[in-house]
Design a protein around this ligand. Structure first.
Ligand code: ADP
Ligand code: MG
Length: 365
């Protein structure tokens, strides 16, 4: 999938942007505070229904305006175009539209325009809470396993019900058993989807990092959120007393994690910051590759302030990985030449944009 056209109105300092994007490389350069991250935020809104930078949607609306609008034309591999748009006012909920029809959930956008964001925050994947790595894995599971989203939604609903029962002063064991009976098969299916997806991701990731000195023993393991040896139904009945003391369900797919280790220690504790960024980049690229293999589509990579995050050598490696994947890339940085140098060996088709005081103009030189 590629985003061919992007129009933005009143999002942060971008008062009016209307650009045609390249299907390969798009370089956005400009001084700090010019609006580069805001531009990537606009693209991410077309995929997530919200920004990757902040969940406080009001901060996204230009401070002198009442609403922002982002519109895009997404092109699939056959060349057909699909219009998508998101509008959000200060008071009203977001209005999400796809092909002229209103969407009830942002998941419909994610299907149309799968986007991966690489920025300072995403490079912290190894040090964040398990939830961040779970969301990372689930992004791929969502796209690869069509039934995952529905099962996950049902699981969340059931879990909430069970937890609210557990918090009651007097717990009705019969009612609890009923919820346990619903929860268990959902948990097993989630585990199955995640394990299968991780098994596809693992060899691709291992291959990508295989050439790096010092990363020879890095490996990824999926931890499902409860003891491997125990059936989930059994677990729920064994831990019922403990769960009722705690007031919530302690174990389950909601506690799943990806454990990235190096020589049996957590990668976070032994790898340098630079090595961790290589590992995280390889994980994200592996996701992109598996996504393409499984869906015969490509996702869009948004890379914010690349030179600030990665050193020159690795920037070129990453550019090569992205080029091989043949996906659309939008990359930002202060200096145009530094960005172009990273892609120079691959000679991609490209469009260069200058971002200045919230205005975006195509560089024709
Ligand atoms: N709601 C808003 N209204 C107007 N301007 C904003 C709003 N939110 C942020 N800005 C401003 O938008 C500018 C662009 O920010 P950003 O996209 O982060 O720049 P860059 O990534 O190029 O450094 C900044 O000067 C910031 O202060
Ligand atoms: Mg920025």
């Amino acid at each position: 999938m590629t985003l061919r056209r992007l129009s933005v109105q009143n999002l942060r300092n971008l008062s009016l942007v209307d650009i045609e994007l390249n299907s390969q490389l798009n370089v956005f350069y400009g001084a700090n505070g010019s609006g580069k991250t805001s531009l990537l935020e606009a693209i991410s809104i077309l995929s997530l229904g919200r920004s990757f930078r902040s969940r406080k949607f009001k901060t996204l609306i230009n401070k002198d305006q009442q609403a922002y609008t982002v519109f895009g034309l997404v092109q699939d591999s056959q060349g057909s175009e699909l219009p998508v748009g998101v509008q959000r006012g200060r008071q009203a909920p977001a209005l999400i539209k796809k092909n002229g029809a209103v969407c009830s959930t942002a998941a419909e956008l994610a299907e149309t325009l799968p986007v991966r964001v690489m920025n300072g925050h995403s490079f912290g994947l190894l040090e964040g809470a398990p939830q961040i790595r779970r969301e990372f894995l689930d992004w791929l599971v969502f796209h690869v396993e069509p039934e995952f989203y529905g099962v996950w939604k049902s699981y969340e609903k059931c879990l909430k019900q069970r937890n609210s029962l557990l918090r009651r002063d007097k717990i009705d064991p019969l009612q609890l058993s009923l919820w346990d009976r619903e929860l268990a098969p959902l948990a097993q299916r989630l585990d199955h989807f995640r394990a299968a997806t991780q098994a596809r991701l693992n060899p691709v990731f291992t291959e990508l990092i295989s050439g790096f000195r010092g990363l020879e023993t890095v490996s990824m393991r999926y931890s499902r959120g409860w003891d491997q040896a125990i059936d989930f139904t059994e677990l729920l009945s064994d831990t019922r007393l403990r769960d009722s003391e705690l007031g919530y369900t302690r174990q389950g797919p909601h506690r799943a994690d990806l454990r990235i280790t190096s020589d049996k220690a957590l990668a976070l504790d032994v790898l340098s910051r630079g090595q961790q960024k290589i590992v995280v980049s390889a994980l994200m690229i592996a996701q992109g590759i598996v996504f393409s293999e499984a869906t015969s589509r490509t996702c869009v990579f948004l890379i914010d302030d690349l030179p600030a995050e990665l050193d020159e050598n690795f920037r070129q490696t990453l550019a090569g990985w992205l080029h091989d994947m043949n996906c659309q890339v939008c990359v930002t940085g202060v200096d145009k030449q530094t960005l172009l140098d990273s892609w120079k060996p691959y000679n991609p088709e490209k469009t260069v944009f200058h971002v200045k005081h919230g205005a975006v103009t195509q560089d024709l030189s």
